[in-house]
Design a protein around this ligand. Sequence first.
Ligand code: COI
Length: 356
Amino acid sequence: MKETIRVVNGKAKAKPDPNALGFGSYFTDHMFMMDYSNEQGWHDPRIVPYAPLQLDPAAMVLHYGQAVFEGLKAYRAEDGRVLLFRPGRNAARFNLSNERLTMPQMDESDFIEAVKALVAVDAGWVPELPGASLYIRPFIIATEAALGVRPSSRYLFVIILSPVGSYYGQGMKPVDIYVEDRYVRAVRGGLGVAKTPANYASSLKAQELAKREHYDQVLWLDAVESRYIEEVGSMNVFFRINGEFVTPLLSGSILDGVTRSSIIELINAWGYEVSERRIAIDEVYRAHAEGTLQEVFGTGTAAVVAPVGSLCWNGERIEIGRGEAGEMAARLYETLTGIQYGRLPDEFGWTVTCLE
Ligand code: COI
């Protein structure tokens, strides 16, 4: 970072019960902030007490949605070190999203330095409970006060931190999925490749309708033919059919998940191929009918690996794995979390020590 990060210390809040963290409900004592203007570029990096933001009601993010975010975690290893998992991938994707939303680029090393500096200040918030972690949420919003439709000339970069519990209590519980063929999440040429709030806003309606029918999440199909599988909930998705691993090709409407690419590398390292290709929902149903659909699972930062226990498409419900997590989903979950928490050797060089 060109400027030194200014630190303004705040009061320490009471910490929540580590056994009841849930996801994204508690926030730490500090946040990182940095401003951007067309004239000055990125400037004034600072760590300040966690507090509400002051925004002009005409701030462009509130009207035309120029916003981008990231999600990664800091893990407490058994020896007390704090580890990050592939933060460079998040930094690179942040810029890809910024590019799509006509927002400014940021040096990847500045992104990582800001994350590390904030985690260091709030290190006492990295949970020690096995399976818990500190979720890191960097984001940028357009702050110029103007109502003309054009890119903002001013932005605010913020990082907040939230201690989160293990996604799973006892064992991995497979999720029940509704295959959505009416609403779409994203379309090629649209915003699907970017981690931007609009994609999550567009997912809420289908998700609520599915929840009402007691499904956990929806499986998204492509926006053109309503046939090719894209994502599951806010996760990437994998299938194991007759020994072949398949995950949808990054076709322009699918997020390039950090967990997704790590899972592909792990599966490859174990000697199996992963086909990144188009996969149609009818192919999955046919495989089920033929008895060759072995496993379906989602992958993402929050859950790591989420086995799918059933799918419902066109009124037909199929069961996968008799209510249990598949063998490969369980092995991938154990291995990936083992690397993230420093329990297993990091042969891929994925972990970055944040604090010794
Ligand atoms: C994921 O980690 O799977 C997500 O997409 C996180 C979500 C809270 C945005």
